[in-house]
Design a protein around this ligand. Structure first.
Ligand SMILES: [Zn+2]
Length: 417
């Protein structure tokens, strides 16, 4: 008789120290340990990026989860294995030097589906740690956690994400221990070639700065992450780039289903009218005031926003614009995408007559030519203005690939509605 299986969701977050470790690698080690359980089957692994402004965030603010299947009678075995791995993790973390954000890991094991709100709240805003701990404790989830419990927010969000049909993938390759901290040797030429050979991979390189962007610059155990539209694309690309002579070999690798490029952190497109001239601040960051749905808003475009920043700096009062962005904790909107819908008149002038501009004689009066004394009805002439020197996609601006968030969808993948 076939034994019935349990579907289990396992989530992990907040294991990394600024100088050591990476939650993706901790999770890889956990998966390796669980694989020792006979008859346990890993169905899929997930990498979830969360709200970019979370006050307590890890690098790239990612959390990990997996869906696994085990026979009913292996439940206590699974929990014991998680507990033993987590105890090892805690002792390892205790040996790290003190940092501003010390790791505060949490490992959650749930035998039931968890509320999708746990994901949406954590990708769109700040989650209260006390509230989330209460919700998690009230459910029947098995919780292993550092005394500070911060990891509970990300781990609970990661097990609650329901991937849509068009989710993206990321294959992460990790480095051998002795390589960590040394320079990563993956040639730019091989990254360019990989992009060309495997068109279903994306965000491998930044054409505007002509550099590869698959490898992080931090001293973490990640060699690279290859993003793509499907599993076979990222895995074929990985085995190809691993075969290139001179490239560093991965010690281990794994494919993850991700919410990257989903725009889940954004609440859609807004429109409004510009009511101030742009103000450029230190560091070339720029702001402009708008009215949108009777609300006054400050839009901010950072220098790193590239074309978003350049477009914002060309705006004038009266321009009608659309944007997508994040409401920052101070209430201003940090732009991720910006579009000019219709420009207000630029360079206003009076019509000419006899080679000179006609003049107004005052309120309610016609225009008048000083030379031939012709009169004409009052009117303005102006330039049909459109932004100059910008790389736009159907009118929309976006940051360059290396300055774009993991969560943000490139305009090449879809134009905002
Ligand atoms: Zn005239």
């Amino acid at each position: 008789m076939k034994k019935s299986n349990l579907t289990v969701r396992i989530g992990l977050d907040d294991t990394d120290h600024p100088d050591f470790g990476c939650t993706t690698y901790s999770f890889e080690e956990l998966m390796g340990r669980l694989n020792e359980i006979k008859e346990l089957k890993i169905i899929e692994r997930r990498l979830v990026r969360l709200w970019p402004y979370a006050s307590r965030r890890t690098r790239g603010n990612g959390a990990l989860s997996a869906v696994v299947e085990i026979p009913l009678d292996s439940k206590s075995n699974l929990l014991a294995c998680c507990k033993s791995w987590f105890d090892d993790l805690l002792s390892e973390i205790a040996s790290y030097p003190d940092a501003e954000n010390n790791p505060s890991p949490a490992l959650l094991v749930s035998f039931d589906a968890t509320p999708s709100d746990w994901y949406w709240e954590a990708v769109r805003g700040e989650v209260s740690l006390d509230d989330r701990i209460k919700e998690v404790t009230d459910s029947k989830i098995f919780v292993l956690s550092h005394e500070d419990q911060w990891g509970v927010i990300g781990a609970s969000a990661a097990i609650s994400w329901m991937p849509p049909g068009n989710h993206s993938w990321e294959l992460i390759g990790w480095r051998a221990d002795e390589k960590i901290g040394t320079e990563r040797t993956i040639s730019k030429k091989s990254i360019d070639e990989m992009s060309r050979l495997f068109p279903d991979t994306f965000m491998n390189r930044d054409p505007t700065s002509d550099k590869g962007i698959i490898s992080p610059r931090t001293p973490c155990p990640v060699l690279y992450g290859i993003r793509g539209a499907n599993k076979s694309a990222v895995e074929s690309a990985n085995s190809w780039i691993q075969g290139v002579e001179g490239n560093e070999r991965c010690f281990k690798w794994s494919s993850h289903i991700t919410n990257q490029l989903s725009d889940d952190h954004l609440e859609g497109t807004s429109s409004g009218t510009v009511i101030s001239k742009p103000e450029v601040m230190k560091g070339a960051h720029a702001t402009v005031k708008v009215i949108s749905d009777q609300e006054g808003l400050n839009l901010v475009a950072f220098n790193e926003g590239g074309n978003v920043n350049k477009l914002l700096r060309q705006l004038m009062p009266g321009d009608r614009i659309s944007w997508m962005g994040l409401r920052s904790p101070d209430g201003s909107i940090h732009l991720e995408r910006l579009k000019l819908d219709s420009a207000s008149p630029r360079n206003l002038s009076r019509p000419e007559c006899c080679g000179i501009s006609m003049r107004s004689k005052g309120r309610g009066q016609d225009l008048y030519c000083d030379k031939c004394r012709r009169k004409a009805e009052k009117s303005w002439i102006f330039d049909q203005w459109s932004p100059v020197g910008l790389d736009l996609v159907e009118g929309w601006s976006q940051p360059t690939p290396s300055n774009r968030r993991h969560l943000s969808m490139p305009l090449e993948h879809g134009i905002p509605m």
